[in-house]
Design a protein around this ligand. Structure first.
Ligand code: GLA
Length: 393
């Protein structure tokens, strides 16, 4: 059964009725621009074919009930309870099961963002084929699907950027993960055959044709299956280092520094902070260079930028793990045009841009390299830039 059918079946199982509609939103991979979003910099992600589905229907009362194929039992709260439940202080576990905080947090943030939402309850059933914990934004896909459903059921007419901001707020203040806006924007603005260039300071966006299909290229995702969580640990520390670096440079965010500022940065800060800052500043430049190169010379010319991005994350930002490095190195040694880890790091997935005729060879080589190195088997599959949210039924 597809995830769409799973969402419908779960809805019927929980409520005894058919849903009024089914809405979905995609996961994403980031082509380039990592840990730049919360520094108000540039990113270039694209939506992937894997989606999360929300089957939903208005209720006659003011209760919100959420069910998921990932959880044993539905969670139900009153609309009035949302303001008591959220915001959750950063680093504190939400008062509802974490999986439900994504959906309930969206309901909460949407009511705050758009005036005139009716205090009308809703039943929601969620199912997904976005791999969880792989760095492919399964959480942004839930947020986007639920936001799209509520937007229509509550007649709000909010635009894609508003819904992305709602999703981010849910993630930050309901789930407690201190993430940036990239994932939600990537999911909400997905277009076939195009990546979305996002200026995370102004939230201006531009669809950038990737030309992958025309050039006979595929994007291979190599999910290491090393699990990560951004509500804890390294992600938060990296964010703090960037804020420290910006403060030492006397600027509101690292967006306001360029490669010319690096010599001064080196004098102002300790080695670790400097390397974190150098990653962000050079990564912003690489995003701009990638957009220009894609447009002027096509996707086969961006390989070196992807490889440089990975090296910067491995050596300066220190968010790679041996499994990610192995995936990247193996893909490159077998003929990939470029490869890099994607997403927040500390596990998750790497991507490789590969000629169509080499997909099988490269996938096999990566699949074999993992057990040879004593690592658990990776999950390797292809993706292509795909649609944003939609109503499926
Ligand atoms: C995670 C976060 C994003 C972004 C990336 C790193 O995916 O959710 O906001 O910071 O990590 O680029």
């Amino acid at each position: 059964m597809s995830a769409l059918d799973d969402a419908r079946a779960l809805f019927t199982h929980v409520t005894g009725r058919d849903p009024e509609g089914i809405w979905s939103a995609p996961g994403r991979v980031n082509l380039i621009g990592e840990h730049t979003d919360y520094n108000e910099g540039f990113v270039l992600p694209f939506a992937i074919p894997h989606r999360t589905f929300a089957a939903a229907q208005l209720r006659d009362d003011d209760r919100i009930r959420v069910a998921s194929t990932f959880a044993e039992a539905p969670v139900e709260v009153g609309i009035d309870d949302l303001d008591r439940l959220f915001p959750t202080a950063t680093g504190v576990e939400p008062a509802v099961p974490e999986w439900s905080a994504y959906a309930l947090g969206v309901a909460w943030a949407l009511r705050l963002a758009v005036t005139g939402a009716p205090a009308r309850g809703v039943d929601i059933a969620i199912a997904s084929d976005v791999p969880v914990g792989a760095g492919l934004s399964s959480s942004a896909a839930i947020e986007g699907a639920v936001a799209s459903a509520l937007n229509e059921l509550w007649n709000l007419d909010a635009d894609a950027v508003t819904l992305a901001q709602v999703g981010r707020r849910a993630e930050n203040e309901a789930v407690g993960a201190p993430t940036g806006i990239m994932d939600q924007m990537a999911s909400m603005l997905g277009r076939p055959d195009a990546a979305t260039f996002i200026d995370c300071l102004t939230l201006e966006t531009r669809s950038v044709p990737t030309g992958f299909t025309a050039e006979g290229l595929e994007v291979l995702v190599m999910d290491t299956r090393v699990k990560h969580a951004h509500s804890t640990g390294g992600y938060r520390e990296r964010r703090e280092a960037c804020e420290r670096g910006a403060a030492l440079l006397g600027i509101p965010s690292l967006r306001h520094a360029g490669v010319d500022d690096l010599p001064r940065a080196a004098e102002l800060m300790d080695d670790v902070t400097f390397r974190r800052v150098r990653h962000v500043i050079t990564e912003n430049q690489r995003v701009l260079d990638t957009v220009r190169t894609l447009t002027e010379s096509g996707p086969r010319a961006i390989g070196d930028l992807l490889v440089a991005s990975h090296a910067s994350m491995r050596d300066d930002f220190e968010i790679s793990v041996p499994e990610l490095d192995l995936a990247v190195e193996t893909a490159l040694s077998q003929g990939a045009v470029g490869a890099r880890m994607t997403g927040g790091g500390f596990g998750g997935a790497a991507i490789a841009l590969v000629p169509q005729e080499d997909v099988g060879k490269i996938a096999d080589a990566v699949t074999k390299a993992f057990p040879d190195a004593g690592f658990a088997a990776p999950h390797v599959f292809t993706v292509h830039p795909s649609d944003g949210p939609r109503r499926d039924a």
